[in-house]
Ligand binder design. Structure first.
Ligand SMILES: C[S@@+](CC[C@H](N)C(=O)[O-])C[C@H]1O[C@@H](n2cnc3c(N)ncnc32)[C@H](O)[C@@H]1O
Length: 349
């Protein structure tokens, strides 16, 4: 799974258990990111709808959530991935931009990423395996990148993993059905059917995912965008329409309240952090009309970039070493008895 800020890796077992305790069989993961929460729920037998505005998240969701492993000939898929793996490298956008101008990948890997991405574009457009192949490439690239996990900067010295050869693997597909929706959650919400459980894990502050993971956006869009700055970010990221309302401090609370109002779900679970703009009490207030409300609190170590600082290409630290732990909250709302059953034994605020 890709390195991702705000990923709920540590909370996945809890979120999985909450689904089971709720007896939920239909769920929405509104800000699915890596899809790891959605994957856990699919593994537990639920029909998941995974929503995100990032292109790479949509691809991951089509691979892991929409695709039914039972309908894929894994032997054949393995052959296709071996073929892509064997392609000789070619010079392209990734090599020029992300290896020569910036230093996200070592050149031999960048050239292979170019060749493989071109081959997927040429041979697999419109095919149901396209997202599987793209996810395989994305995850292979993530294993050999030279960042701390954020693409607003790359490391001064090549990371040890960047010396490894790019290695495409067959994604671990899951059996069952599910669906993916690529778009703005504040709009998608109006087109969703009623579900047993909805999970909302929006950005907590000004950090824009499309900017922090612009290399993945470009690798998925494959549109050779004009770029700016040392990090070679896509120029369109400067345009206002590409920003999320959840990155705007003054607008985020209203957007959240409206979305919560529109969600047709028996139980709602919202993620929050002590570093987020919208406070736990405010969020609890927004869902109080749904019946019982409970808040769980978990201490968690912060994203690695906060621990070691971040350097620009000249070796200068552009990020400060921040706090190394924070508190993650889960706010649950729904029928009081059910919510009380769900949270039994977990640490409450
Ligand atoms: C905290 S992360 C979610 C992490 C996810 N739960 C996981 O475990 O990987 C927030 C996600 O919200 C997405 N996002 C930001 N603004 C959005 C919007 N307006 N609509 C839909 N998704 C949005 C980002 O692309 C990012 O993937």
């Amino acid at each position: 799974m890709i390195k991702y800020i705000g990923s709920k890796r540590r909370l996945v077992p809890v979120l999985g258990e909450l689904l089971s305790r709720a007896g939920a069989t239909t769920v929405v993961d509104m800000f699915t990111g890596t899809t790891r929460v959605a994957q856990e729920w699919k593994r537990r037998g639920a029909h998941v709808t995974a929503v995100d505005s990032a292109r790479y998240s949509a691809v991951l969701a089509e691979c892991y959530i929409t695709t039914d492993a039972n309908e894929v000939d894994l032997g054949e898929l393995g052959l296709v991935i071996s073929h892509l793996q064997s392609l000789p490298g070619t010079d392209g956008y990734v090599t020029e931009t992300f290896s020569r101008q910036a230093r996200y990948f070592q050149e031999p890997n960048a050239r292979r990423i170019d060749a493989i991405r071109d081959a997927i574009e040429a041979g697999w457009s419109g095919h149901p395996w396209r997202p599987i192949l793209l996810a395989s490439l994305l995850q292979a690239a993530d294993r050999v990148d030279s960042t701390t996990g954020l693409q607003m900067a790359y490391l001064k010295q090549w990371s040890p993993r960047s010396y490894q050869p790019l290695d495409l693997r067959v994604p671990e597909l899951l059996a069952g059905s599910g669906s993916a929706r690529h778009g703005d959650a504040t709009e998608v919400v109006f087109g969703l059917s009623e579900v047993d459980l909805a999970y909302l894990d929006p950005p907590y502050n000004q950090h824009r995912y499309a900017g922090n993971y612009h290399v993945w956006e470009t690798l998925m869009a494959w549109d050779s965008p004009e770029h700016y700055g040392v990090a070679c970010k896509r120029k369109d990221l400067r345009e206002e329409h590409t920003a999320s309302v959840f990155n705007r401090r003054r607008q985020a609370p209203d957007a959240m309240a409206q979305m919560l109002g529109a969600l047709q779900a028996e139980v709602v679970v919202v993620s929050a952090s002590d570093e987020g703009w919208i406070g736990v009490d405010d969020l609890a207030g927004m869902v109080s009309g749904r019946g019982g409300v409970e808040v769980l609190a978990f201490d968690s170590r912060r994203y690695i970039g906060a621990q070691i600082g971040i350097h620009n290409s000249k070796g200068k630290k552009v990020g400060q070493v921040g706090r190394t732990s924070n508190t993650e909250y889960l706010i649950l709302a729904g029928p009081a008895e059910k919510v009380a059953r769900m949270v039994a034994g977990y640490p409450k605020l």
